[in-house]
Write a protein that binds this ligand. Structure first.
Ligand code: UFG
Length: 327
């Protein structure tokens, strides 16, 4: 039986495909290449098409023996979602609804769904637990939370089991050096710092140093993309062994400030990285750190690339050898 990876040509999805192939799984990929790259798909059977296109889904489910789905296909930029909320609600919600309809009709019973720390909004306490209040502060987080609720009702009505994985800050690149993070435009902290190290940009701008944190810059929980991918595999196995639908946070449980991340990147790259403090970026919470105790205990999840040095090393290895991403 095959596993369908939706959005498998994207950053996290392509690392998922690599992880599944390593485990000897049969993999089918569906991606519209809106933000993914054919070159990022290192194996499996790739279909190019949109999840909102029911005919494409019927073709994929008819031509392959698929028993489970891992869904990464989404728009995921917080800032853009504030400006174009309808784009986010359409692409992130309608796509999963169409997928679930097709899963129901083709009798596919398991889905692992890519969610986000942005479902919590401004946290009430740190570390964040799965049953803490969800109150998204942007349409991106809202779109993911809406899907989480849709999944709940689809379990009740159609017995489609789901595992929702709420990622904190995904980063790093595959240890092989073959796949990595290639967003265009890039908005994430670590790739931007590394572009500054490579001289592709003059400096890294720090968005605010007047937060209520030790050095005044925002604190995030950075988690390696391969460790994220591995958690999806464990979640799928758990459901196939009879596990009920549930939600897990995925982070390392340790927070690093923007200034700390820049400092580590200077050491790892041994390059000068200029930085400049500017104003806050709207919508940024001061501190987001996960409790992943539930995933560790219930899935046996054991992140292999947990240190921030190791995460930045793998990202650096990718960026310095792919100055123009996959092009
Ligand atoms: N930052 C800078 N300068 C930059 C870019 C980022 O100082 O040029 C700071 C941000 O203000 C933030 C931290 O670096 O404090 C991390 O920013 P990223 O843009 O890398 O990541 P976010 O924390 O904003 O977003 C991530 C995911 C989202 C998810 C969100 C959950 O990318 O998909 O976490 O809060 F929704």
């Amino acid at each position: 039986m095959a596993i369908l990876v939706c959005g498998g040509a994207g950053y996290i999805g392509s690392h998922m495909v690599a992880e599944l192939l390593k485990e000897g799984e049969e993999v089918v990929i569906l991606d519209n290449l809106q933000s993914g790259y054919k070159e990022a798909v290192i194996g499996g059977k790739l279909y190019i098409g949109d999840l909102r296109d029911r005919a494409v889904l019927d073709k994929v489910f008819t031509e392959n023996q698929i028993d489970s789905v891992i869904d990464f296909a989404a728009n995921s930029l917080v800032g853009e979602s504030m400006i174009e909320p309808l784009k986010y609600f359409n692409n992130n919600i309608v796509s999963v609804m169409t997928l679930l309809e097709a899963m129901r009709d083709h009798k596919v019973k398991y889905i692992v769904f890519s969610s986000t720390a942005a479902t919590y909004g401004e946290p009430e306490s740190i570390p964040i637990l799965e049953d803490d209040k969800t109150n998204p502060t942007n349409p991106y987080g809202e779109s993911k939370l809406a899907v989480e609720k849709i999944l709940k009702w689809c379990d009740a009505a159609y017995d489609i089991k789901h595992t929702v994985l709420r990622y904190f800050n995904a980063c790093g690149a595959h240890v092989s050096g073959k796949i990595g993070e290639a967003h265009n435009p890039e908005t994430h902290l670590i790739p931007l710092i590394l572009q500054a190290a490579l001289g592709k940009r003059e400096k890294i701008v720090i968005f605010g140093d007047d937060y209520d944190t030790e050095d005044g810059t925002c604190i995030r929980d950075y988690i390696h993309v391969t460790d994220l991918a591995n958690a999806h595999l464990l979640a799928l196995r758990r459901m196939k062994n009879g596990g009920e639908s549930t939600i897990y946070n995925l982070g390392n449980g340790t927070g690093f400030s923007v200034k700390e991340v820049i400092e580590v990147a200077r050491k790892v790259t041994d390059r000068e990285i200029k930085s400049e403090v500017q104003g806050r970026r709207p919508g940024d919470p001061a501190k987001l750190v996960a409790s992943s105790k539930k995933a560790i205990e219930e899935l046996g999840w054991n992140p292999q690339y947990a240190s921030i040095e190791c995460i930045i090393e793998t990202a650096w290895n990718w960026h310095k050898n792919h100055l123009n991403g996959y092009k």
